[in-house]
Design a binder for this molecule. Structure first.
Ligand code: NAP
Length: 260
């Protein structure tokens, strides 16, 4: 029997690349994002190419009550979600004193609140069935503090900590919980976050397809932590080698604005 995966933020970037792989692997898909035309087009493509069932839910996951609406809509349609991929998220570049409060709070609502509520809603039925999985898209930046994007880094530290703790709690139930921790990846994220001025962009950037491939394979193997790219795995190890303060200063240097 085909398994069904729900992916938030499936209209582009890493989420779309993950959806491509799940569809190719014969999974039915529930695509969630705000850009309706993009996910409708993807759903039609997957149905035609792979013969799977694709459902479109064009909603803002951070809007009040939306995760509950998604959960109820799928129950009413008789769609069982075997895998949940909490991928929707965005960043915001600038010092905390400069960034816009409304956008920062919205970021917390998307990156943390929606991800937590979606997990709270969909996980219990997976546990009851004794099978399934949740993949939360955290980030390499969840491993250290991030001056110039302080709230974004902190949201990803939450996702990483929450996911690893949850993986421990569900161990032995037949359900797995995974944190996917990409480093800088070529997607719409850079423009959306206003990171264009950051020195970080001069460093290595991975392709979204490569990140999704490692994420897809690792998730189906039930891995708790997936860090695409050898270089990123080394960077994630650095906080264990450097004093915390030094790590923060190093991130500031790498993340700062390029001089004009
Ligand atoms: N790119 C990187 O360097 C990088 C590195 C590490 C981790 N990540 C994480 O990877 C995840 C995916 O980001 P990406 O790089 O693929 O960026 P992206 O290309 O900007 O894609 C973000 C996706 O999230 C969706 N989304 C954003 N806000 C939403 C909302 N309120 N409700 C529903 N969907 C929403 C967007 O769709 P709509 O606009 O259509 O709603 C889009 O499909 C994020 O959690 C991000 O933090 C990215």
């Amino acid at each position: 029997m085909r398994r069904t995966v729900l992916i938030t933020g499936a209209s582009g970037g890493i989420g779309k690349e993950l959806a491509d792989r799940f569809a190719k692997g014969g999974h039915n898909i529930v695509l969630v994002a705000r850009s309706k035309s993009k996910i409708v087009e993807l759903a039609q493509e997957y149905q035609k190419k792979h013969g799977i069932q694709a459902t479109v839910i064009a909603k803002d996951v951070a809007a009040p009550g939306v995760p509950e609406e998604i959960f109820t809509e799928l129950k009413e349609k008789g769609i069982t979600v075997d895998y949940l991929v909490n991928n929707a998220g965005f960043g915001l570049f600038g010092t905390f004193m400069e960034t816009d409060m409304e956008q920062e709070v919205n970021m917390i609502d998307v990156n943390i609140k929606a991800l937590t509520v979606m997990t709270k809603l969909f996980l219990p039925d997976m546990i009851k069935r004794g099978q399934g999985g949740v993949m939360n898209v955290a980030s390499l930046v969840g491993f250290f503090p991030g001056p110039m994007m302080s709230v974004y880094y902190a949201t990803k530290a939450y996702v990483l900590s929450f996911t690893e703790a949850l993986a421990n709690e569900v161990s032995g139930t037949g359900v797995t919980v995974t944190a996917l921790c990409p480093g800088l990846t070529s997607t719409g994220f850079v423009d959306r976050s206003g990171m264009g001025a950051s020195k970080m962009l001069k460093g290595a950037i991975m392709e979204a397809g490569q990140v999704a491939e490692e994420g897809y394979r690792g998730f189906l193997r039930g891995k708790t932590l997936i860090m695409p790219g050898v270089r990123n795995r080394f960077i994630a190890f650095m906080p264990r080698l450097l004093p915390r303060m030094m790590m923060t200063r190093l991130v500031r240097r790498l993340q700062d604005r390029t001089e004009h």
